[in-house]
Design a protein around this ligand. Structure first.
Ligand SMILES: Cc1cc2nc3c(=O)[nH]c(=O)nc-3n(C[C@H](O)[C@H](O)[C@H](O)COP(=O)(O)OP(=O)(O)OC[C@H]3O[C@@H](n4cnc5c(N)ncnc54)[C@H](O)[C@@H]3O)c2cc1C
Length: 456
């Protein structure tokens, strides 16, 4: 009788691994330290308004194939709406509202037509952008691995205005990191997939429900209905190691649970506590622990009325980078307006007081929507200090593979070596890859008694 595959961490990577394994009839035990699942993607009810609030607005694109497949699998795909055509509305301090729309043409014609027709760029900048498009299409150049996005942009002659009004907002949205720091290679991987595969991929996919309802509720039901087990408030403190095999995990209350394989789906900064001492000395991954995280600050503002005609607007040259209109996005039936203002790469903002952040967000809202009330009725500030790891040319070299030197121990999470930025898509890719690796090892196929044996 074999033990289940134990997954440590009930974020999106852990959930994706668990759903993948359970749909293949492999028993799983998912252990989450916190009282609820979802990790860095969760929602909760705001006590003052009674409305569902995300810990940070999450946006996907139609090209996130794994994410869409995962949502399809758990029966939540209809909780997301994909734009019929890729379109970004941006607000420029001098030019006002500008659009960047990609027409339904074969690639790369869609991109060429989109750039040439956008009123966001001057004529000479449109030509420079076409040059950038050609550079993105070229085969990977290994020298780019050592470059930040800014260095790469300079190497292909992008203007200061283009960097400010197009590349910086795009990089911040995709990488949660500024062009001066972020890895050019990872950015280019993301751009190739979003903008060069076909016209559809860059369309925004916007959740119509809270993050927990989108990613967690059905996933948990899916895992449990297959006979597997989810345990929250289960803090794993160590692994039980025998030679190059992990026999199980130990919880904070000293309970030991046997495992056929273990998938560690915890954030990179939690790895240290769980890594077997032998492993720490053996590989360079301990250096990963020194990789800094980048904060995201979300400021929710409630107003007397809904004055914003768009679902989402990107702000150029302001402190807030994106304003999401929650009333239009979620079709909430709350009273008045509800905006979610996002500041990514928020190192300079995360330590400001709530009052200061609310003032900044309110000012930026008024700078775009002059008829907005200068003071909201109610506000809520959410700081995610460790929203994502900082993807720089240096940190990219440290992202580990999913396999470890222990035969049945695998690593999942948006920080593992997926070639993608720290995103939901990367988290799901890592979880499913680990599920594939664990599947080959697990001798537990269809054995539901294994879970009971493991005391669950
Ligand atoms: C504010 C914000 C906005 C974002 N916006 C976007 C976006 O627009 N688009 C996008 O694609 N991505 C976005 N992301 C990134 C996305 O949320 C993450 O990439 C993804 O959620 C990471 O999932 P994960 O499973 O790898 O890690 P996590 O979500 O960190 O999950 C790890 C889990 O492990 C648990 N854990 C840790 N230690 C232990 C232990 N010892 N025992 C048991 N459990 C443990 C943790 O409690 C956690 O639940 C955003 C993130 C934030 C914070």
């Amino acid at each position: 009788m074999s033990a289940p595959v134990v997954i440590v961490g009930g974020g999106i990577a852990g959930l994706a691994a668990a759903v993948d394994l359970t749909t293949r009839a492999i028993p799983v035990l998912l252990l989450e330290q916190k009282p609820k699942l979802g990790g860095r993607a969760y929602s909760f009810v705001d006590a003052d308004t009674g409305e569902v609030v995300d810990n940070g607005q999450h946006v996907l694109i139609a090209g996130y194939e794994r994410t869409l497949r995962f949502l399809e699998r758990i029966g939540a795909r209809d909780r997301l709406t994909i734009q019929p055509q890729p379109q970004l509305v941006l607000h420029h301090p001098q030019r006002g509202f500008c659009e960047f729309t990609l027409p339904k043409l074969p690639s790369p014609l869609h991109l060429i037509a989109g750039i040439l027709s956008s009123n966001l760029f001057s004529f000479s900048d449109r030509i420079k952008l076409l040059r950038a498009g050609a550079a993105i299409r070229r085969r990977a150049d290994p020298t780019i691995d050592a470059m930040t996005i800014e260095r790469w942009l300079n190497s292909i002659g992008q203007s200061t205005e283009l960097k400010r009004s197009f590349w910086e907002p795009l990089a911040i949205a995709i990488m949660n990191e500024h062009i001066a720091n972020a890895s050019a290679t990872i950015f280019l991987n993301a751009l190739r997939h979003a903008f060069l595969a076909n016209w559809r991929n860059a369309a925004l996919a916007i959740p119509r429900v809270g993050l927990s309802e989108l990613y967690v509720d059905n996933a948990q039901a899916c895992i449990e209905s297959a006979g597997s087990v989810v345990r929250c408030n289960a803090d794993v403190v160590s692994l039980v190691i025998e030679g190059d095999i992990v026999r199980g995990v130990t919880l904070r209350d000293d309970e030991t649970i046997e495992a056929a394989a273990v998938i560690l789906a915890v954030p990179h900064f939690r790895l240290d506590a769980l890594m077997p001492p032998a492993w720490r000395g053996e590989v360079e991954h301990a250096r990963l622990l020194s990789v800094p995280s980048v904060p995201i600050v979300s400021i929710h503002l409630w107003y007397q009325r809904d004055f914003m005609p768009h679902e989402v607007v990107g702000l150029i040259g302001r402190r807030v980078q994106w304003i999401f209109n929650k009333r239009k996005i979620t079709r909430e039936c709350g009273v008045g307006g509800h905006l979610s203002c996002v500041i990514s790469g928020a190192r300079d903002f995360v330590d400001l007081s709530n009052d200061e952040l609310i003032r900044i967000a309110g000012e930026d809202v008024v700078s775009v929507f002059s008829h907005a009330s200068p003071t909201p009725n109610h506000a809520l500030v959410i700081r995610e200090k460790r929203a994502t790891f900082s993807s720089s040319p240096e940190s990219e070299k440290l992202r580990p593979d999913h396999r470890t030197s222990f035969r049945n121990l695998f690593l999942a999470g948006d920080w593992t070596n997926t070639g993608l930025p720290a995103t939901i898509e990367g988290a799901i890719m890592s979880g499913e890859r680990c599920a594939g690796l664990a599947m080959r090892l697990a001798a537990v196929k269809g054995d539901r008694r294994a879970c009971r044996q493991a005391g669950v």
